[in-house]
Design a protein around this ligand. Structure first.
Ligand code: NAP
Length: 481
């Protein structure tokens, strides 16, 4: 087993570290080396049902804590996460492959949601409504929703958990985290820190599993779970939404994207290259807000492609634990095959490789720039989720907006221009939940994260994030003389 003081190899339920009732386990693999890092419990339906029971039993006492008491627990957890930043980051790099500098950044980013919602816990204000008759008084209060299930992806092993459980715990709801089978160790490590922070038994639970279908079904169909928050692929998001329809469970979905990145002829080209590099190649191209298609105005196309290609050619690929590396491996064979498939399809339809284009050892792939992209290529329509930057040429603003919006997805989008009128015009016309204007890095705990169309339902983070974990209750006081 790998060395890291935060490795825990049991699930965490009701304040206790437990194995699966069946005794079954599964291995956690380092994508950079193929080595087994650790083995964790493979929980089944009965195990997760038990976790739901204990979480539900813990709810009344937890929601009755004052907002300040809950905020203090969150603040302790936040501090413990930051105190353990280096170990957490190393663990994250080991199981998901992202380079150490990015893992360190994710610890800060992930912790920021806990800090933010610790503060928000104290501001879940209601309303007093001017009454419609003299003998009534109308009041609105907000209450915790009940047990929250959080199903999260491997590409942000820490932050996708804290972005969900931060507001849930702040609002007074116990949580059940179902981390991905690729990266359960970071999830268990922060469960250990939640235990140290002093959350009461049953309030924070983490169930590791590879039996996603049965565990997912139980989380959706069990009516003691009052809210499901999911981040992952659109296909699984649709499945979970249909399963939750059986009891009309409240649901938030943060799903796939297909982000366009537009460079207008009046853009600062150096800034655009910097933004494209940050957004395209972060986490090896495996983020939901990653640039997926670049549209560059004909007048600046050659300059942009040349500068982008130089920057991409200079990227150093290697094991994320090596501080020299700027890009790690893809998460698994399936991810690697997807990149190869998108590339082969684009090349067969006339795309040209300017830089990269080849697989390396194991799950590593060369950072790649492709040009002459056309809308019929798969890479122009679907998330490649890998280190390939496909560039297309355009001449007309209306046409590029049409191309950018011509997708079922609507998560992040980006464009570069120095013309303020164009900036407003294009920002308003892009059919996306988030728009980066002269900026490639848009994620922060203080702003609402989420998508339109098939990229999801709801928003996470910011002052808007809390409401998705609370119910609004209307109180009508009658007979007031
Ligand atoms: P995924 O296959 O949908 O997996 C996401 C989570 O769902 C994992 O925990 C996964 O477990 C679990 N899962 C799989 N099948 C399930 C089922 N039948 N029932 C319940 N849970 C199930 O997504 P992925 O490919 O790992 O992640 C990448 C996707 O997430 C991309 O599309 C990306 O754009 C999206 N994403 C979106 C955001 C956002 O905020 N919008 C952020 C990050 C990623 P296993 O891992 O064990 O299969």
């Amino acid at each position: 087993m790998a060395q890291n003081s935060l490795i825990r190899t049991q699930s965490y339920v009701n304040g206790t570290w437990v194995n699966a009732a069946s005794g079954e386990t599964f291995d956690v693999i380092d994508p950079a080396t193929g080595a087994v890092i650790a083995t964790v419990p493979d929980m089944g339906q009965a195990d997760v049902r038990e976790a739901i029971e204990v979480a539900n039993a813990a709810w009344p006492a937890y929601r009755d804590l004052t907002a300040k008491e809950r905020a203090n627990l969150l603040r302790k957890w936040f501090s413990l996460i930051l105190e353990n930043k280096e170990e957490l980051a190393r663990l994250m790099t080991m199981e998901c492959g992202k380079v150490l500098s990015e893992s360190l950044g994710e610890v800060d980013y992930g912790a920021s949601f806990i800090e933010w919602f610790a503060e928000e816990a104290k501001r879940t204000y209601g309303d007093v409504i001017p009454a419609n008759t003299k003998d009534k008084r109308l009041v609105v209060i907000k209450q915790s929703i009940g047990v929250v299930a959080a199903i999260t992806p491997w590409n942000f092993p820490l932050a996708m958990i804290t972005r969900k459980v931060g507001p849930a715990l702040a609002a007074g709801s116990p949580v059940i985290v179902k981390p991905p089978s690729e990266t359960p160790l970071t999830a268990l490590a922060i469960s250990h820190l939640a235990e140290k922070a002093g959350f009461p038994p049953g309030v924070y639970n983490t169930v590791t599993t590879s039996k996603n279908a049965e565990v997912g079904l139980e989380l959706c169909e069990n009516n003691k779970v009052r809210k499901l928050s999911f981040t992952g692929s659109t296909a699984i998001g649709k499945l979970l939404m249909s399963q939750c329809a059986s009891n009309l469970k409240k649901i938030s979905l943060e799903l796939g994207g297909n982000a366009p990145f537009i460079v207008f002829d009046d853009a600062d080209i150096n800034a655009a290259v910097k933004g494209a590099m940050a957004s395209k190649f972060r986490n090896n191209g495996q983020t939901c807000v990653c640039v997926n298609r670049l549209y560059v105005h004909d007048k600046v196309y050659d300059e942009f492609v040349s500068k982008l290609s130089d920057a991409v050619a200079a990227l150093r690929v290697g094991n994320g634990l090596d501080t020299n590396s700027q890009m790690g491996p893809l998460i698994n064979e399936k991810g690697l095959n997807k990149v190869k498939h998108h590339l082969d399809d684009a090349l067969s339809k006339g795309a040209k490789v300017i830089v990269g284009g080849h697989e390396m050892e194991g799950l590593f792939f060369q950072p790649t720039v492709l040009t002459d992209i056309t809308p019929d290529m798969i890479i122009a329509r679907e998330e490649v989720f890998g280190p390939v930057a496909p560039v297309a040429r355009f001449t007309d603003e209306q046409e590029v907006i049409r191309l950018a919006n011509n997708t079922p997805y609507g998560l992040a989008s980006y464009f570069y221009s120095k013309d303020i009128s164009r900036c407003w015009r294009v920002a308003e016309a892009l059919d996306y939940g988030m728009v980066g204007i002269n900026e490639g890095m848009i994620s922060t705990e203080v702003a609402p994260f989420g998508g339109v169309k098939e990229s999801g339902v709801g928003r996470e983070g910011s002052k808007y994030g809390m409401d998705y974990f609370m119910e609004i209750k209307y109180l009508c006081f009658g007979g007031i003389n």
